[in-house]
Design a protein around this ligand. Structure first.
Ligand code: ZN
Length: 299
């Protein structure tokens, strides 16, 4: 009996080896996404045929992430590594050399130039926070579905169908945001944020970015005393009603500016999904959470 089992197992192993590489890997195509936002979109499109790991734990600030020793192995073991691009993963870039294949999910998105004048900031830098406009996440969905189909052609139709269904949800999300923003009086559609993370959102939905506590694309920079004083002046003269602070950075400085100027401090999700129970466990929830908080603070 044992001998028979052994032969059966051997045959199974041989069969498994002779299956073309395009057929499903047990547990699914191994994929790593850098951020939880990309990871969610990858899971929506991959379904059961893809096994997605996310490198950055929920609540991690992508700009200042310090790679752990095990991240090298995580990146090396994946068939595909999905990255945002536009320098969001600056600290991880040296590790990407070990990856089998890196897919920049934002490929094809027309990046917005950064228009701040923060000291030391490269004036040619591009804004990496593309996910703040669902239309850019539609580009992600296409790129991810194409990458999955190429790595695993046996499930190409499934990936295309999943992408199509998810894109319909993103299109509905965009329409919902437009309807929600319409509830905010035009004069109140002004925001101040902890760092300049909402460029695509303000461009798409007609908000004015009055300023940012950290006038930089990265949350890792520090404002000068002069920059802070100028921001407080701008808040007072514009009549902006709230400062929006991301969940992944320290709110201390933003709180000081809010106290000085007498405006509200409101928490939003910027660069990461929330952990379980945080109200932003998927990209769709993340956007709805932020928009609801903005409407509540500004209308
Ligand atoms: Zn950011």
């Amino acid at each position: 009996m044992f001998r028979k089992l052994f032969i059966t197992l051997t045959l199974l192993a041989l069969t498994a080896c002779s299956v073309p590489a395009s057929s499903s890997t047990p547990g699914g195509l191994p994929v790593v996404a850098t951020t939880s936002l990309i990871g969610d979109v990858a899971r929506q499109i991959g379904g059961d045929s893809v096994s997605v790991s996310v490198l950055l734990p929920p609540g991690t600030d992508p700009h200042s992430y310090e790679p752990r020793p095990q991240d090298v192995a995580i990146l090396t073991d994946a068939d595909l590594v999905l990255v945002n691009g536009f320098d969001l993963e600056e600290t991880l870039e040296p590790l990407f050399e070990n990856a089998v294949k890196v897919i920049v999910v934002s490929d094809g998105i027309e990046a917005l130039p950064f228009e701040g004048k923060h000291e030391g900031e490269d004036e040619h830098s591009l804004d990496p926070h593309v996910w703040q406009d669902p239309n850019n996440v539609i580009v992600w969905a296409h790129n991810i579905a194409d990458a999955f189909a190429q790595a695993d052609p046996a499930h190409a139709e499934q990936y295309a169908a999943n992408a199509e269904a998810y894109i319909a949800e993103l299109t509905a999300l965009d329409a919902w945001i437009i309807a929600q923003v319409a509830r905010i009086p035009q004069a109140n559609r002004k925001i101040v944020t902890d760092h300049t993370a909402f460029g695509y959102f303000t461009a798409r939905y007609g908000f004015e970015q009055v300023g940012a506590v950290i006038p930089s694309l990265s949350s890792g920079a520090s404002p000068s005393a002069q920059e802070l004083a100028a921001l407080e002046d701008a808040i007072r003269s514009s009549g902006v009603k709230a400062i929006f602070v991301g969940s992944t950075v320290s709110p201390d400085l933003s709180r000081r500016v809010a106290d000085d100027t007498g405006v509200r401090l409101v928490m939003l999700h910027t660069g990461s999904l929330s952990g379980p129970g945080g109200g932003a466990e998927s990209y769709l929830e993340f956007m709805r959470y932020n928009v609801n908080a903005m409407v509540e603070a500004l209308r």
